[in-house]
Design a protein around this ligand. Structure first.
Ligand SMILES: Cc1ncc(COP(=O)(O)O)c(C=O)c1O
Length: 391
């Protein structure tokens, strides 16, 4: 159960994690069942069918709600399923203001799927409040913000965005990068928080999942309704894996942030690195805001090197600890080329206009020893330097 007086790490380990009422099992069992035997017609123990409700999923939802200090949580089969369920709050004719730097899959869902259902979208730099305000119209129903953004690590001011909206408009924050350990958007005025729990919350790159959280009972009821009606629910094993991962979120996030700070400082110290995006760097445009609205700067860093953009391709062949892979937020370090990987679904011109060039690389800094990570990056920078200079 939610224990708001307990600290974050304590809640991560105990909230929703009561001993199993049937056997006393200390760890919540994986209730691998689709259905539940009823004692008489219309008489059951609160569980009837696993798309609607499952005890393992319920334990995860209670744990995540406690971490967010939110009243309601619905868990999903993926971050995209959570995003879709939240977008099910809208109807044809509604307009959405969206941050223009965001996960490519969210962009794809909005522009290639939901636009066919009569929703319209305006993409705008949400770090520019005047620009955001200018996009809000009478038919605007929802503002969708990622902060920090994927992949440019730009920040938007959640409290200021909440102040911009009028009654009936919903502010949704995709908090996947920061996690509730570093940022709690509901406390800053957001109406709904969305996660890909595939990332830091799961934390081990072994499960895909998502979640949506809110303190608003009407929104919660509608999200729950669509969770069941549309059916994007996680299976019990996946819910269990996310729950197990979330128990160590606090210790992992501290290490991710410590290593990311060291990596960002190392990259900034190199003459052959053109730009480093990390809100923990005092020179970063989002630094002052990050200090206000976050409790730490997270584990994601993106950067561009000097030289031709093709240098990124050579660099990506040379790292040994940073594996070239989609996704982020696991204990192991990953390297991603957003233009060809996570953001490939955004047309090239549009990508480049937003700063997602072919030279941009994104690091998910893991929790290995910082010195080893830096040695790996130093090697790849040095090894990619020579061909670059020859061009
Ligand atoms: C910020 C962000 N939101 C949402 C998603 C989608 O999550 P999933 O892959 O779990 O569907 C991702 C995936 O990379 C992401 O980075």
């Amino acid at each position: 159960m939610s224990e708001p007086e307990a600290g974050f790490a304590t809640r991560a380990i105990h909230a929703g994690q009561d001993a199993d009422p049937a056997t006393g099992a200390t760890i919540v069992p994986i209730y691998q069942t689709s259905t539940y035997t009823q004692t008489a017609i219309g008489e059951h123990k609160g569980f009837d069918y696993s798309r609607t409700i499952n005890p393992t999923r319920l334990a995860l939802e209670r744990q995540l709600a406690a971490l967010e200090e939110a009243e309601f949580c619905s868990a999903f089969a993926s971050g995209m399923a959570a995003t879709s369920a939240v977008m099910n709050l809208l109807s044809a004719g509604d307009h959405v203001v969206v941050g223009d730097d965001l996960y490519g899959g969210t962009y794809r869902l909005f522009t290639k799927v939901l636009s066919r259902y009569g929703l319209s979208f305006s993409f705008v730099d949400l770090s520019d409040l005047a620009a955001a305000r200018a996009e809000i119209r009478p038919e605007t129903k929802l503002i969708w913000a990622e902060t920090p953004t994927n992949p440019l690590l730009k920040l938007s001011d959640i409290a200021a965005l909440a102040a911009l909206k009028s009654a009936g408009q919903i502010l949704v924050v995709d908090n996947t990068f920061a996690t509730p350990y570093f940022q709690q958007p509901l406390q800053l005025g957001a109406d709904v928080v969305v996660y890909s729990t595939t990332k830091y919350i799961g934390g081990h790159s072994d499960v895909v999942g998502g979640a949506a959280l809110t303190n608003d009972s009407a929104l919660a009821e509608s999200i729950k309704f669509h969770q069941n009606a549309v059916g994007g629910v996680p299976g019990p094993l996946d819910a269990w894996l996310v729950m197990r991962g979330a128990k160590t979120l606090a210790v992992r996030m501290r290490e991710h942030a410590r290593n990311a700070q060291a990596v960002a400082e190392f990259l900034s110290s190199r003459d052959d690195v053109a730009a480093v995006n990390y809100p923990g760097l005092p020179s970063d445009p989002g630094h002052a805001l990050a200090r206000r609205q976050m409790r730490g700067f997270g584990g994601m860093v993106s950067f561009t090197m000097r030289g031709p953009e093709s240098r990124a391709f050579t660099f990506a062949k040379e790292t040994k600890l940073f594996s070239l892979a989609e996704s982020l937020g696991g204990v192991e370090s990953l390297l991603c080329h957003p233009a060809r990987m996570t953001h490939g679904s955004i047309p090239k011109e549009e990508r480049e206009r937003r700063g997602i060039t072919d030279g941009l690389l994104r690091l998910s800094v893991g929790i290995e020893d910082a010195a080893d990570l830096i040695a790996d990056l130093r090697h790849a920078l040095d090894a990619s330097l020579e061909p670059a200079l020859k061009n």
